[in-house]
Design a protein around this ligand. Structure first.
Ligand code: IMP
Length: 200
């Protein structure tokens, strides 16, 4: 069901523009519940290690912040920024390093925290980079996995939700830097008169 903006909805506060609408795909409470499970799974695999989370900016911010607080034990984190998407909804296919890590990862238990796994090109690039730096363990957690879109041969070790091939926003995910502040994960839709269309 397409949600129409209501006076007090988070959608209005998030700046829904004319010609665009959002449909809730995963409500925030389900995200919260799944995060607790993911944190338990990760901790079970590494009960004693300090977990060094590497967030891929900017989509990871809420996911990483919430996951870090669910993980018991020692946790530290760092951030990386790459560019793979332009202003639209389709990937350019190119991955470029924008910001490198602040600290070394050699000998550490690394959990890469990604918002969404789409073509997999970003993750493939990152994993190659991190492997060269010789961490003790290297694992990947993604909130969303769009399996149908995969090009690169990569997979995540921990997956929040497998989703259909639709362009999603909210809970950190953006369209042209907008909608990150929606609490729910939503599908972004453009009406027939809108200038921009989802291509996939
Ligand atoms: P990949 O390299 O194609 O796997 O894309 C990874 C990056 O593309 C993610 O970290 C997101 O920033 C972005 N991305 C892919 N699909 C979506 C989407 O549906 N909504 C918002 N961003 C997306």
């Amino acid at each position: 069901m397409v949600q129409k903006p209501r006076a007090h909805s988070s959608i209005v506060r998030a700046g829904l523009r004319t010609g665009e609408s959002v449909r809730v795909l995963i409500p925030h409470r389900r995200v919260e519940g799944r995060l607790k499970q993911l944190a338990r799974e990760i901790r079970r695999d590494f009960p004693k290690d300090r977990l060094h989370l590497i967030g891929v900016l900017k989509g990871c911010v809420f996911f990483l912040a919430d996951l870090a607080r669910e993980l018991g034990g020692e946790v530290s984190f760092d951030f990386m920024a790459v560019s793979s998407y332009g202003k639209g909804t389709d990937s350019s296919g190119e991955v470029k390093l924008i910001k490198d890590l602040d600290v070394r990862i050699e000998g550490k238990t690394i959990i890469v925290v990604e918002d969404i796994l789409d073509t997999g090109l970003t993750l493939k690039y990152l994993l190659r980079l991190f492997e060269e730096r010789k961490p003790k363990h290297l694992r990947v957690v993604v909130l969303l996995d769009k399996v149908e879109r995969r090009i690169a041969d990569v997979r995540a070790d921990y997956i929040g939700f497998t989703i259909p091939n639709e362009f999603v926003v909210g809970y950190g995910l953006d369209f042209d830097e907008r909608y990150r502040n929606l609490a729910d994960v939503c599908v972004l839709q453009f009406d027939s008169h809108g200038k921009t269309r989802v291509k996939k």
